[in-house]
Design a protein around this ligand. Structure first.
Ligand code: HEC
Ligand code: HEC
Length: 454
């Protein structure tokens, strides 16, 4: 992204320079200023671009030291290698990795390998190929650590769940798309590959078989970010308590994040990097000391994590500023041409702010409330289970820009509505909107068109 920015900025500087030449008509002064003196505005622009670059690097490649958990403790690298390479079990072949939703960054593959792949000369059933792909740093969101060419540990990044690829090379192989929810990724199945989950068994205080059952109940595109806070693995009806992975783009102007509004991007990043990814840093959130709501977090002191960690050893806090900056900079992608009916979407836009009353909460063009964007379960007509797993006991009005990128897995926090028609039907009956079939269709085309052109 920043690569595209620079020429644009350069062009702007050149044009601005040309304009000042003509307006001020003092070439010598303009030239001297341009050549030697950098304005505070130049500094600001440089800073913004540097933050985006740094944040992107962190989002894509920083493990925050979590290899101590995913590798050293869970020993996932041994499961990836398989017994034949000195690990355990059958190993994880590229085909298996792709089947559990892992993605490969084509830009990290050398031309020769791309050509071999194209010509079917690579054995995608061989775990050694997965290890080679890790060595090339091409598996999105997963970093292999190597000692003398041997895989000795593995860590994960934000990109693991929050990036996918455009499939430009082959299904699951393409250019990175940061901020897109990976709705193919079966996090639970991947964690379950671990030969040693005892640390999770201990935290959850359940037998190993139960931990594994919980992980396998999540399914693709879902993760339970609150499990290690409250230990709640199932909804009252019996279904999995995991939530869908949300989009991490188009978040500028949005106050509270996560399905249940835990906090700002900066807050949530600190929480997830420490508690869920098991990176090494500090976390301060005394709301987690509530032993009734968050028994596991309270018992393990997550509300004030690593209070004596020296600043030099903190792998997370120094990254938060640029990481936040980057996520706020990722635009919600526009839908492909022809993927929605423009005339119907235009009618839907009118309905959205009119008869269907959607805009009262999903305020355009943020498509969430400017301000404190939370609602009680009663206000949107659903149960309170997931809301009660968060400090405010509420649901956050989902920003809808780029909705078209995450239709897999359904809608609402747990995917309870399989289609947009199911969502619209829910509102139609809950708010007694009296929408006709045509109007529902128009609303759906509008939802598919976001972020739109207005
Ligand atoms: C294992 C998968 C996984 C990883 C790794 C992960 N996240 Fe998430 N992320 C989720 C899930 C699931 C949620 C929803 C949590 C909830 O609502 O309780 C979420 C929520 C978010 C949100 C809120 C978006 C919104 O407004 O709805 C942001 C931002 C985010 N994550 C950024 C990050 C960053 C940055 C990292 C790395 C530090 C990261 N995540 C690591 C799965 C993951
Ligand atoms: C009272 C406020 C409110 C109103 C009115 C409202 N919504 Fe929502 N909407 C929410 C909240 C809160 C959520 C998040 C629910 C959850 O997390 O389970 C949501 C979620 C959604 C989602 C799911 C997004 C996703 O990523 O899964 C869609 C789509 C949606 N709303 C569309 C609409 C439409 C269309 C209307 C008008 C017919 C509408 N909403 C009216 C508050 C509202």
């Amino acid at each position: 992204m920043s690569r595209n920015f620079r020429p644009a900025l350069f062009a702007f500087v050149v044009i601005a320079g040309a304009v000042s030449l003509t307006v001020i008509d003092n070439p010598a002064r303009a030239q001297a200023r341009g050549a030697t003196k950098r304005t505070p505005n130049d500094t600001l622009h440089d800073h913004a671009l540097a933050e985006i670059d740094q944040g992107q690097q962190t989002f894509r490649f920083d493990t925050f030291g979590d290899e101590a958990f995913w590798g050293d403790t869970l020993k996932l690298h041994q499961a990836i290698e398989g017994a034949a390479l000195g690990g355990v079990g059958p190993g994880v072949s590229p085909n298996t990795a792709l089947a559990v939703g892992l993605k490969v960054d084509v830009d990290a593959l050398p031309g020769s390998l791309q050509s071999d792949l194209k010509h079917g000369k690579v054995n995608l059933d061989d775990p050694a190929v997965t290890v080679a792909l890790l060595q090339l740093n091409s598996v999105v969101g997963v970093t292999g650590f190597f000692t003398d060419g041997k895989l000795t540990s593995v860590g994960i990044q934000c990109a693991f769940c929050h990036s996918t690829v455009d499939d430009s090379f082959a299904p699951g192989i393409g250019h990175r798309l940061d901020g897109w929810a990976n709705r193919d990724l079966n996090v639970g199945a991947i964690v379950n590959l671990s030969p040693d989950l005892s640390v999770l068994d201990t935290l959850l205080d359940v037998p190993d078989a139960v931990t594994r059952q919980v992980l396998l109940s999540w399914g693709p595109g879902k993760f339970d970010a609150e499990l290690l806070l409250d230990g709640k693995a199932t909804r009252p009806g019996g279904g999995s308590a995991a939530t869908l992975i949300p989009a991490a783009f188009g978040l500028g102007g949005v106050n509270l994040h996560t399905w249940t509004g835990w906090g700002s991007v900066a807050h949530w990043n600190a929480l997830v990097a420490n508690v869920d990814m098991h990176g090494k840093g500090r976390l301060w959130d005394p709301r987690l000391n509530d032993a009734t709501q968050f028994p596991i977090a309270a018992a393990n002191g997550f509300g004030n994590l690593n209070p004596t960690l020296s600043a030099d050893d903190d792998r997370i806090t120094p990254k938060l500023a640029a990481l936040q900056f980057y996520q706020l900079a990722i635009p919600a992608p526009a839908p492909p041409a022809g993927s929605f009916d423009a005339a119907a979407a235009a009618r839907g836009d009118v309905l959205f702010g009119g008869k269907a009353r959607c805009n009262s909460c999903h305020v355009e063009p943020l498509w969430t409330e400017p301000g404190w964007n939370l609602h009680t379960p009663d206000e949107i007509g659903i149960d309170d289970f997931q809301a009660n797993r968060a400090p405010d006991h509420r649901y956050r009005t989902s920003p809808l820009a780029g909705l078209w990128t995450h239709t897999k897995g359904g809608f609402y926090h747990d995917g309870r509505f399989a289609t947009l028609l199911d969502v619209v039907n829910h509102y139609d009956s809950f708010f007694s909107l009296g929408l006709t079939a045509q109007e529902k269709n128009d609303l759906i085309e509008y939802l598919k068109s976001l972020p739109g052109a207005d």
